[in-house]
Ligand binder design. Structure first.
Ligand code: SAH
Ligand code: MG
Length: 214
């Protein structure tokens, strides 16, 4: 928890639950402990989407499709989401959820490792949601910046990892030390890239909001 629990609870008490199938898919995912987007983060994303009105959205890390289905509700007519997932059981669940939510024509699922898929992707995406393995963000970044349109927005989730990204390298175990080191590198890259302006926001598990400009 990077924000005092009672503040997060207060913020979330103001939020309405998703209705219908979107709410059911969210509940199922939380029950199965799929690491889907936190409630306060998705509310914030909603307002970002309504400001930006992106026509082409790319998501790295589909899981069971919840965040894609959620984002789809706030996109303009004719918009499209491309989302990438590599883990077979989740791919099947995501496909099933896209069917249930009747969004198969609006969301394309690309199956495989994002490292390979991103390299082969073309096009200008005006909104990218980075939400896959945290230690890999830094490796995905060159392709993500290439795929981002001018004035495009990049939202990276889980960048503060419960605050552990800040901790001294001596108090976290070796595996996490590597992941956190890479995340610090990633944040440094976002903050210092000549084409990006980035703000790190302590909401949910930490979010970085970047825009490609200049
Ligand atoms: N965006 C989802 C949650 C994604 S959880 C939501 O909020 O609903 C992160 C997902 O990224 C996991 O399902 C994991 O399997 C996937 N993932 C991790 N590394 C990946 C990679 N290199 N390529 C593709 N998917 C990856
Ligand atoms: Mg996340």
């Amino acid at each position: 928890m990077i924000v005092e629990e009672r503040i997060t609870s207060f913020i979330n008490s103001m939020n309405k639950d998703d209705e219908g199938i979107v709410g059911i898919i969210e509940q199922e995912a939380r029950q199965q402990e799929v690491p889907i987007i936190r409630k306060e983060t998705k509310e914030w994303m909603k307002t970002m989407l309504c400001i930006k009105k992106p026509m082409r959205v790319l998501e790295v890390g589909t899981a069971v499709g919840y965040s894609a289905i959620y984002m789809n509700q706030y996109l303009p007519e004719g918009a499209h989401i491309t989302t990438i997932e590599k883990w077979e059981p989740r791919i099947e669940q995501a496909k099933d959820n896209f069917r249930r939510a009747q969004v198969e024509d609006r969301i394309t699922l690309l199956e495989g490792d994002a490292a390979d898929i991103l390299r082969g992707l073309e096009g200008n995406f005006d909104f990218i949601f980075m939400d896959a393995a945290k230690g890999q963000y830094i490796h995905f970044l060159p392709d993500v910046i290439r795929l981002l349109a001018m004035d495009g927005v990049l939202v990276s989730d889980n960048v503060l990892q419960d605050g552990e990204v800040l901790d001294s390298k001596y108090v976290v175990d070796r595996r996490n030390r590597t992941i956190h080191g890479r995340m610090r590198e990633y944040l440094y890259a976002l903050k210092n890239h000549e084409l990006l302006e980035t703000s790190i926001i302590p909401i949910g598990d930490g979010v970085a909001l970047s825009v490609k400009c200049k």
